[in-house]
Design a protein around this ligand. Structure first.
Ligand code: FMN
Length: 322
């Protein structure tokens, strides 16, 4: 897939933007496993134009996680354009506009998925951001607000008109949040009606679901969110299947625990142990999901206070699961 001048291998997948989850540590880890494109956690356009500290931390994109997009959300075209310019200080390879977030905090203020209900404003925002920067701009949408108002084709065509370099479609409505199976047929309809690259997103969890998404939608590229939680190796599974038809099994418990410790040490390295270990608890819970005795381990994960305790727990989990 081509994103402006950037060539991205279409037989691999991107890591989806995930607020509170897909931070620098996780993105770098996923890139090591073969994710060929990553997107920052969403950043408030208002916060960014007011130079708040949190936005700066969220926007930092390291050399180890390239190519990478900075994602912004908001509902005011001028502020969105200003914030896109502000992102340039962090040298992103692209800017992504969030038009899919269902969270009341975001959509309640007219941003994220609320823009699916206001296509004219959405197009204005896309044009304003596009005109403000000279790097590729993309947009991430859902199918529509609810089943009565599916408008992803219109939104994607507006994106094309506004000069977006690609459109990511999460194949659910806002009302569906994250639950029912993704609607690949509708993503396919969008693809048929636009000339810019389409990135398909939703329920891709391994090589087979990745191949199904490509076959059923004819998409140009894939984006993986929850399928990577506690499983950053999902990207190597997808790559192996799409390139060589090889199904890589889930790693053994010992390898899962090794990666968990490596991941959490990286979080602590970037954020400090006190903050990092607390943020890391949810990741640890994902890594132990499905392991024999997970319910009991999860309780201990909830109380983790140090890397040392994490290493002890990982050691015990491996010992008890040989
Ligand atoms: C914890 C979490 C945080 C998310 N944060 C964002 C975000 O910041 N920006 C965004 O566009 N989408 C966000 N999403 C949506 C994902 O990018 C993705 O569209 C969605 O999870 C569907 O893909 P999946 O089935 O592969 O998970 C988030 C999803 C989750 C689960």
């Amino acid at each position: 897939m081509k994103l402006g001048d950037i060539e991205i291998d279409g037989r691999t997948a991107a890591l989806a933007p995930m607020a509170g989850v897909a931070d620098r540590a996780f993105r770098e880890l996923c890139v090591r496993y073969g994710a060929s494109y990553v997107v920052s956690e969403m950043v408030s356009s208002k916060g960014l134009t007011m130079h708040d500290r949190k936005s700066k931390q969220l926007l930092f994109l390291s050399k180890e996680e390239r190519p990478a997009a900075a994602q912004i959300f908001g509902s005011d075209p001028t502020i969105m354009a200003e914030s896109a310019k502000g992102c340039l200080a962090y040298e992103p390879d692209a800017i992504d506009i969030n038009m899919g977030c269902p969270a009341p905090k975001i959509a309640g203020n007219g941003g994220g998925s609320a823009l699916m209900r206001n296509p004219v404003l959405a197009e204005e925002i896309m044009k304003a951001v596009k005109n403000a920067v000279d790097i590729p701009v993309t947009v991430k949408i859902r199918l529509g607000w609810d089943s009565e108002s599916i408008n992803c084709i219109d939104m994607a065509q507006r994106a094309e008109r506004a000069g977006m370099s690609a459109v990511t479609v999460h194949g659910r409505t806002r009302q569906q949040m994250y639950a029912p199976p993704v609607d690949r047929k509708m993503i396919a309809e969008v693809k048929k009606n636009i000339g810019i690259p389409l990135i398909a997103n939703g329920d891709i969890v391994d090589g087979i679901t990745a191949a199904q998404m490509i076959e059923e939608t004819n998409c140009d590229y894939l984006m993986v969110g929850r399928g990577a939680l506690g499983r950053p190796w999902v990207f190597s599974q997808i790559n192996a299947y799409l390139k060589n038809g090889v199904i890589l099994p889930e790693p053994p418990v010992s390898e899962r625990m090794r990666v968990m410790v490596e991941h959490i040490k990286l979080i602590c390295h970037y954020k400090g142990e006190r903050v990092g270990i607390r943020e890391a608890r949810k990741h640890a819970a994902w890594y132990i999901k499905g392991i024999h005795g997970a319910a009991q381990y999860r309780q201990q994960v909830g109380m983790l206070e140090s890397i040392e305790q994490l290493e002890e727990l990982a050691f015990r989990i491996v010992k008890e699961n040989i």
